[in-house]
Ligand binder design. Sequence first.
Ligand SMILES: *Cc1c(COP(=O)(O)O)cnc(C)c1O
Length: 397
Amino acid sequence: MTIEPKEKNWRPQTQAVRGGSRRSAFDETNEAIFMTSGFVYENAEDAEAAFKNQTDRFIYSRYANPTNEMFQDRLCLMEGAEACRATASGMAAVFASLACQVSAGDRVVGSRALFGSCQFILTEILPRFGVEVIIVDGSDLDQWESALSKPTKAVFFETPSNPGLEIIDVRAICEMSHRSGAVVVVDNVFATPVLQHPLELEADIVVYSTTKHIDGQGRTMGGAILASEDWVNETLSPFYRHTGPSMSPFNAWVLLKALETLEMRVQKNCKSAAEIAKFLEEQKEPTRVLYPGLHSHPQHELAKAQMSDFGTVVCLDLDGKKERAFNFMNALQLIDISNNLGDAKSLTTHPATTTHQRISEEERSQLGITDGFIRLSIGLEDVEDLKEDIAQALSKV
Ligand SMILES: *Cc1c(COP(=O)(O)O)cnc(C)c1O
């Protein structure tokens, strides 16, 4: 679908409510769900023309679907991207964004501090197909410089990272990457489309797990890839059409509705997260509190420069001890134990034994993920109830 010129000038929250909306012949207020796998043709000639790409129409929902397009267009308008493809999960987005462009013999550079499955794609799957993958310490510009001194096909990183909340200098890495010929893919899940716009910082591709803040209410799995129209049409689209990571139209509809409230939810999450981070710093039990908004965060200034707020996740360490971490988590009465994040409900995770159990202890220690390290995803509850729950659980460690 083509985006109307007037839509392009709306401010982000107006885009979130109205961007990409298209009414059907029934003039509905709310966007419709087109739960259909296929579409029909007036005659055989129309079908032939559609398959020759001579007409602009829907063919099959593995390629495109009207509800998915409304969601993709809305997300594009919020992100400042030209084109988007929605995927069945965040991992499908990460994999497709890389697999659509690399071939055997290519070189990929990625940061060490990654979500467990992103790390698996880089270090286990891509090398199986003959792709050389170099892993660097994301906050060390010298390591990037030396890794990118040879021609490189793609660069991949998360900022802030999951769960170590490492901040990577998007603009600096993009400049170095482009000099080496690389296309930069940024996993922007922790920042959300509200807090950080990697494309404005010269990144080429942004990927999301929409399962997290974009849904924000724990209902659907999904992902999205955003980039220039040329890259999406020429590089991603053939891979996407023929390998089928597409999103269900039902999920696209849930997410289209979820975008309407994303900004409000994320702003409230950030406000509570900042308050909880400060509160944790005042307690005696945590040996470390990690939040990009705290002056004690090693890259606080960089976070301030490239993000409009500091995110919805706060981490703490209880003396590196698994027993203390488990005692804390088991004593929580309001905050749930779950590996998910970015939800309306506050959730806590012990990465060393769950999301990051697959990686070696040595690698975990490089990432600061000790046995006492706990991730808190701050939800939409009253922050006073959250603080009371945390305080009573800390008293039991
Ligand atoms: C959750 C997550 C993913 C994967 O998303 P799914 O929707 O679970 O497949 C990728 N990157 C980051 C940073 C994540 O937090």
